[in-house]
Design a protein around this ligand. Structure first.
Ligand code: UT7
Length: 357
């Protein structure tokens, strides 16, 4: 059997932090509401484009795997907030890191994009089309955010993660997954004004508004991820007792707690970092996986279940067998450029830009 082992991992977190108190300076909200309803305390605001975040995450992932950019045969860029749609953003990452042997594609399934990208690359490695890949989950949602709408503005943040995958004979990487979509409910999470159908000479691409029915999304998130987890456990022949870690998409701590209760998983097996970053959409689950590894929680050979949910409404769950190595081979010297503004100043600039439209 051929598998796609995860042998490299890297994240790129924008340095500027937007706290709940910062949000309360321009929205009718407060730290107590955001913390108790979502579990979020702060999130990052990016001063660079999403491809630059991805570049740093990819260079760190390659160093971690002890590989060079020339070893990469495929780049899959999972996101909702691509710098540009034609040419695709994966091709920009290819050029930035010098991965001239890599095929390049973008994948957009909203918050599940990083996990769907993992499926695409894993399947291509397992079927023998390629032997190595970089997958990316990255977002700069701050530029698309409707900063006047407290229902959504408090929930999201920016960030990036990348994994390096390589062909391996021993059971490792994704061993089973389940993917799906509640297309009939797609309007309950949508960004009005973002996409070709909205092109209008009188309207700027920044002029967006979010349709976001929080409670409906909450129910679908629990149902979708619950169903995906059950199917994935069934496919892999594993039970909750076999799983060492549940590392879910982090959209709301209450969604995660409800899911975990439904699955009868011990809450100590659940990795949470939502308080640090909020919901980074495509980057969320992959950053959480990487941090669990960096914190030395994940041990060689352990089973990790990763449920995710996002606009579409897409859902997924991946069962991952971690490989033999939990330490990086090389440290990367890749860094983001320095940032001379606070997160609040950057958000205020975005609010000003929108007011000028
Ligand atoms: O990645 C996938 C996408 N996202 C999700 O999965 C999110 C799913 N949904 C959720 O996480 C939750 O539904 C939210 C966090 C969005 C909202 O939590 P909730 O407990 O469902 O609150 P709610 O919408 O029922 O609102 C309760 C109250 C309302 O006031 P009234 O009508 O009771 O007076 C809202 O207007 O809270 C108010 N509210 C706020 N108050 C302070 C809504 N947003 C805020 C806010 N600050 N930011």
């Amino acid at each position: 059997m051929r598998y796609a082992n995860i042998t490299g991992w890297g994240k790129a977190m924008p340095p500027a932090i937007l706290t709940n108190d910062d949000l309360a300076t321009f929205l009718d909200t407060d730290d107590q509401w955001i913390t108790s309803r979502t579990g979020m305390k702060e999130r990052r605001i990016s001063h660079v484009q999403v491809s630059e975040l991805a570049r740093v995450a990819c260079e760190r992932a390659l160093a971690a795997a002890g590989k060079t950019a020339l070893d990469v045969e495929l780049i899959v860029f999972g996101s909702t907030t691509f710098d540009e749609l034609c040419p695709n953003t994966a091709s920009n990452v290819q050029r930035m890191i010098g991965a001239t042997n890599a095929a390049c594609m973008d994948v957009n399934t909203a918050c599940t994009s990083g996990m769907y990208s993992l499926t695409v690359a894993t399947s291509m490695i397992r079927s023998g089309v390629i032997s190595s890949a970089l997958i990316i989950g990255a977002e700069v949602i701050s530029v698309l955010q409707d900063w006047s709408n407290r229902d959504v503005a408090v929930l999201f943040g920016d960030g990036a993660a990348a994994l390096y995958l390589e062909a391996e004979d021993k059971e490792s990487g994704v061993i089973a997954e389940s993917l799906g979509c509640y297309g009939e409910s797609r309007e309950i999470l949508s960004i009005d004004g973002y996409g070709v159908k909205y092109l209008d000479p009188k309207r700027s691409l920044c002029d967006v508004s979010w349709n976001f029915l929080g409670q409906e999304i909450f129910k679908k998130a629990v149902a979708g991820m619950g169903h995906a987890c059950e199917k994935t456990m069934e496919k892999s022949g594993k039970t909750a007792d076999d799983i060492s870690w549940v590392i879910p998409h982090q959209a709301n701590l209450r969604i995660i707690n409800t899911l975990v209760k439904r699955m009868h998983v011990d809450s100590e097996k659940v990795y949470i970092n939502i308080h640090r970053y909020g919901n980074m959409s495509a980057a969320t689950a992959l950053v959480a996986l990487i941090e669990a590894v960096e914190e030395d929680l994940v041990k060689p050979g352990q089973l990790i279940l990763m449920p995710a949910f996002g606009g579409g409404l897409t859902w997924s769950a991946h069962m991952i067998r971690w490989g033999e190595r939990t330490k990086v081979i090389n440290e990367s010297d890749a860094e983001l450029p320095s940032c001379d503004k606070t997160a609040l100043e950057m958000v205020q600039d975005l609010i000003k830009r929108k007011a000028e439209i």
